[in-house]
Each structure stands twice: as C-alpha cells, then as structure tokens.
Design a protein around this ligand. Sequence first.
Ligand code: ADP
Length: 221
Amino acid sequence: MHLIEVRDVYKIYNPGENQVNALDGVSITIDEGEFVAIIGQSGSGKSTLIQHLNGLLEPHNGKVILDGEDIWTKENRKKIRQVRFAVGLCFQYPEYQIFEEDVYKEIAFGPKQMGLDDAQIDERIRKSMEFVGLSFEKYSKKSPFDLSGGQKRRVAIASIIAMEPKVLILDEPCAGLDPKGRDTILNLIKEYQSQMGNTVLFVSHSMEDVAKLCKKVIVMN
Ligand code: ADP
C-alpha cells in the first residue's frame, strides 16, 4: 500500500467563464520514507497539488488517499485536522506567518493544537530546535522577529517538525536565502530525512538541489 495516493485529481479555480484548470487528472503515489522532489514551471500547479496532500484543498474530482483512506469520505472529513497533523506543510516564505512573541510559543503552537500536554510540548520544542540547529538556551525566549532571515526560516520549519508529521512537505524551502542559508536548510532537510526515515516532499526549481537530494522527481506540466 502506498502512503499517499492521488488518484485522477482535478482542481478548478473559479468554475465558470474564467476558470483555471489547475490540476487536470493528476495521479501520483508516494511511499513511506521516500524523498521526493516536485518541479515544474511557475503556474504548473505545484502549490495546488501539495495543498491537496494535507487536506487544505478538496479536489473537484478524484481522490486523495492517505494510509489507504480516502480523506474526503463523509466520515473522514470530520477528522480532516488529523490529516493536517500527519502531513506537515511548510509554505513558501514561512517566516511571514510567524506571529508569536517568542520562539518557544511559536513552535509550541502546533503541538498545542494537537492536544499534547506541557511536558510533551516542551520536549518537542527542544528536539525540533536542536534539529534545526538553534540553541534552546539562546533562542527559545527570543522574539522571532529579532532573528536573521535564515534563523526565522529555521524556526518556521521547527514549528512544523515539532508536530512530528509522518510526511513533511516544503514549498521552495530555500527561496530568497543566501548561499550559506540555502546550504544550512538543505543539509537540515537531508539530515531530517535520513535520521527520521520520514517521507519528505519538496518543491524546488533548483535542479542542482533536486539532483543532490532526491531519488524520485515529479514533474508538473
Ligand atoms: P505553482 O505552484 O506551480 O506556481 P499554482 O498551484 O500556484 O502553481 O497555480 C496553478 C494555477 O492555478 C495557476 O494558473 C494559478 O494562477 C492558478 N491559481 C492558483 N491559486 C489560485 C486561486 N486561489 N484562485 C485562482 N487561481 C489560482
């Protein structure tokens, strides 16, 4: 059984005269532990596709299957939040969505939503900060807004990792960073994937990064 199966999915924005057929019968499979890249020109539907994988968007037609379950059946749509916890999505420029007054609270947000207790949340924060290379002692009480661009990005990624998603999806995680910042992020994604053995999908326009990291590539057209 595949971990994720997208079966003949159609997504139409603004149905009617000015409609956009953003996904036109897309089928893909992702297996447990795979490290997969999604590439394709701007406007080819990459963002639309990944938002279907964690149930943020509902297909116009077709099925999204996670762990053998169609996520949009009448029963399953009631627990669609579970899909969002299982499939962590880190948007492009995720630091723009940072809103808490310190790093600790920022990373705590997701685990709190999951209903974990304070001790568990604390442990998740320490672990994920270590993962992204930010010292807990030095940074947990700092305002995220006082950090550098690359550090903010790492806080944003930590806040997703802290939910320990089965699948981690990153949309252009290196966009806008300098070469050193890019290397840091790429290395931490690589480490995350190899250490945790979790499934990782990442959208990229850099063939160099894709070739370095992934064995499987999905091309959107
Ligand atoms: P990519 O991530 O590859 O750049 P997108 O999934 O963002 O592609 O977009 C696919 C197509 O859908 C594009 O033509 C885009 O303009 C359109 N689109 C994306 N989001 C919306 C939206 N919310 N409303 C209308 N059209 C959209």
